[in-house]
Design a protein around this ligand. Structure first.
Ligand code: C5J
Length: 237
């Protein structure tokens, strides 16, 4: 395994040791992404998120072939809602909120169908799944400990939504000393203007929170190093 790969990114090249880098896929859950889920029930255009599924599938397949660590997260709460801050429950002033019955079971409750990761990106055996009660993947979870135990220093971050859970997680990671590359084609927002702003804020001021790149560049770097085969890059679209 090469100890350094380079990926074209903004504000400048992202260099990483693959053995010390994890792919962190944020909240690719049915309730956020699937037609008929909670996100669509709220009036959101889920196609804005679904365009990330193909790029994430290709990347995850390549990452696995390269033998690198992939971690998945899910936003959700205990069935008794004991870990749900009352403020989070009522803030949207929506008639239907977290814990209520939604189109795919109780909304954002662990164990319910809508809380599951979409089938296309189902975690493989051995890939850690982080259940998080907040927007950030570090708060109230064991993610930092898992990364430390595996000597992970860098994160390739994908998932949804760009301006909420992806941005919050990248900021938390930055404060803990991790370097993050966010892949623009693999992250999504219901709102195009927030997608653009969410990415701009990460790479601003010389990369104040991290780097922004494209999965094609990362896949090319993995292929160039002989870590993945060309067929793997073309499959799983
Ligand atoms: C995530 C949200 N995953 N938008 N949650 O971004 O509430």
């Amino acid at each position: 395994m090469p100890d350094s790969l380079s990926v074209a990114a903004e504000p400048y090249t992202f260099a990483f040791d693959p053995a010390q880098t994890a792919l962190l896929i944020i909240d690719m859950q049915r309730d956020f992404l699937e037609p008929g889920g909670f996100g669509e029930m709220l009036g959101n255009d889920v196609s804005q998120l679904r365009r990330t599924v193909g790029p994430n599938r290709r990347l995850l397949a390549a990452w696995r072939e390269a033998g690198l660590l992939a971690i998945h997260t899910r936003e959700g709460h205990r069935p008794d809602l004991a870990d749900l801050p009352p403020a989070k429950r009522v803030r949207g002033r929506s008639a239907t909120t977290i814990g209520d019955q939604g189109p795919m079971g109780r909304i954002l409750v662990r164990g319910e169908p809508g809380h599951d990761i979409i089938a296309e990106l189902a975690p493989a055996p051995g890939e850690p799944v982080i259940d998080k009660p907040g927007k950030g993947a570090f708060w109230a979870t064991d993610l930092h400990a898992i990364l430390q135990h595996r000597d992970i220093r860098r994160l390739v971050v994908t998932g949804v939504t760009t301006e909420v859970c992806v941005n919050t997680t990248v900021r938390e990671a930055n404060d803990r000393g991790y370097e993050c590359l966010v892949l623009e084609d693999c992250v999504g927002s219901y709102f195009p203007e927030f997608q653009a702003a969410g990415l701009a804020m990460i790479k601003a001021q010389g990369g104040i929170f991290g780097w922004v790149g494209h999965s094609a560049a990362l896949l090319a770097a993995l292929a160039g190093a002989g870590l993945v085969t060309q067929p793997a890059l073309q499959g799983a679209a």
